[in-house]
Design a protein around this ligand. Structure first.
Ligand SMILES: C[S@@+](CC[C@H](N)C(=O)[O-])C[C@H]1O[C@@H](n2cnc3c(N)ncnc32)[C@H](O)[C@@H]1O
Length: 224
């Protein structure tokens, strides 16, 4: 293929992405005042997330998971400045649920709390500052939705701590999973291969990648 044609296709794809992405949070006719407030916040914040926050596509996936399964008792491990928490809590505002989210870094925790308030979701979120290694053990539960997105090498330990507190039908979702052993290497993704294999080995769970190309793994606890 000619070089100029390839450049034009590349530029076209980038333009398409910039035009298509806003559709995820575009104002709709049936929006509640809270929907409008959350969408306005997400729109304003779109290009400002810079603390290892999930991409918008995964935020939308988390939102869909909670809403579709009518989850109400959610836990997030690794708040950062609150991008994923906003998507999860937005869905919980519709199911009548609440989110507990844990962050170890004080500056991120403070920024997340301010973002939750500005997005209008403060009442749906209990943001805790602390080391999730301990906080997760101390939390009683039960939970029906858990999103694991903190220190990757601890994922299996988090899973072992939350599984007994996860209701049948509940979901443990985890971010930055390759789905293939070793694909991330042992640096940033350290331990993820083991985590995914561990979840696949549990007969009481159905584990898969949320979508092709996504790094979100979902493990549903079987009902029976
Ligand atoms: C990938 S970021 C989370 C991004 C966030 N879920 C979002 O999408 O907005 C991981 C966060 O986990 C936090 N973290 C790492 N180890 C932790 C621990 N032991 N306890 C609580 N938070 C931790 C980090 O400080 C960081 O802010």
């Amino acid at each position: 293929m000619k070089r100029s044609l390839m450049i034009r296709i590349g530029l076209g794809s980038i333009t398409f992405l910039f035009l298509a992405l806003p559709c995820l949070v575009r104002a709709g006719q049936n929006d509640t005042p809270l929907d409008a407030k959350v969408k306005a916040f997400l729109e304003k914040a779109r290009f400002g997330w810079g603390d290892m926050n999930v991409p918008e596509s995964d935020g939308k996936r988390l939102y869909d998971l909670v809403l579709k399964n009518n989850y109400k008792k959610a836990l997030e491990i690794g708040t950062s400045t609150g991008h994923s928490g906003i998507w999860i809590a937005w869905a919980l505002s519709k199911t009548g649920g609440k989110l507990i989210t844990i962050e170890i870094d004080e500056r991120r925790h403070r920024e997340a709390a301010a973002n939750f308030k500005e997005a209008g979701l403060g009442d749906y979120i209990d943001a805790r500052l602390g080391d999730a290694h301990q906080v997760v053990l101390d939390l009683k539960g039960p939970f029906d939705f858990v999103f694991s997105d903190a220190d990757k090498e601890w994922y299996t330990n988090y899973a072992k701590a939350v599984i007994p507190k996860l209701e049948p039908g509940g979901c443990l979702a985890s971010h930055n999973i390759s789905g293939r052993r070793g694909s991330f290497g042992r640096g940033y993704g350290g331990g993820n291969g083991d985590y995914y294999e561990y979840m696949m080995s549990l007969p009481e769970f159905e584990t898969s990648m949320a979508a092709p190309g996504s790094s979100l793994a979902v493990s549903f606890k079987k009902k029976g």
